[in-house]
Ligand binder design. Sequence first.
Ligand code: GLN
Length: 248
Amino acid sequence: MPAERGVTVGVLYPDLLNIYADRGNLLFLRRRCEWRGIPFRLLGVGLGESLEPDAIDLVYIGGGQDRDQELCAEDLALLKRESLEEIASRDIPLLAVCGGYQLLGSGYETDHGTLPGAGIADLSTTRANGPRLVGPCAVQTDLGGPTNGLLAGFENHAGRTRLGESASALGRVVSGHGNNGSDGTEGYRSGNIVGTYLHGPLLPKNWWFADWLLARCLGIDIEELAELDDRLERAAHSEALRAAKVAQ
Ligand code: GLN
């Protein structure tokens, strides 16, 4: 049974891409596995190290400021690209947040030049000189679940991401700015490959989405995961929706 094998999360650049409590996403995944008796392991993959698709069940890439992205973009595009392409083609779950999300596409254009991307998602990002897109955010996805697919979080980015013709958004902006503040899209999803601007951290505010990812890692239906007492998690989600001024 896959649950016995457990979940190994390959965390790219854990020291560089980790802001706005993004590490809380990993802690949350760990707890939800441990509470269910599912073995959980983190495998940090830093600069110069190789990412082995066979060794991991989920790839996690956190957020980072431009400065942090500058330090790892080339390594990602040169050293990790092939593995990430394999991960995408095998539909191994991947979650990338903000700065990490921006680096999934063709590149991130800033005033200092263009940072290369991994090129596994049809999207591109430009740093705007306009205001940063900051604040609570709510996004309507088509993932169903106990909130009917509604995700809540917080965003803080200068970059504007545009999805290419072949790309689909993670969802529609209900409140906040999303990918670029103008076209109403938020994030990117292709099967199990997900990119989003939602920090906050994302998963503790959206417990069901953490389970969605875990079920996909384990290759099981979400209903097969043991139920947990999610009263606190539901309250955290409601609070995040309230912050985003979404009526409940
Ligand atoms: N450096 C990127 C931007 O400002 C991403 C920031 C982040 O990860 N919050 O657009």
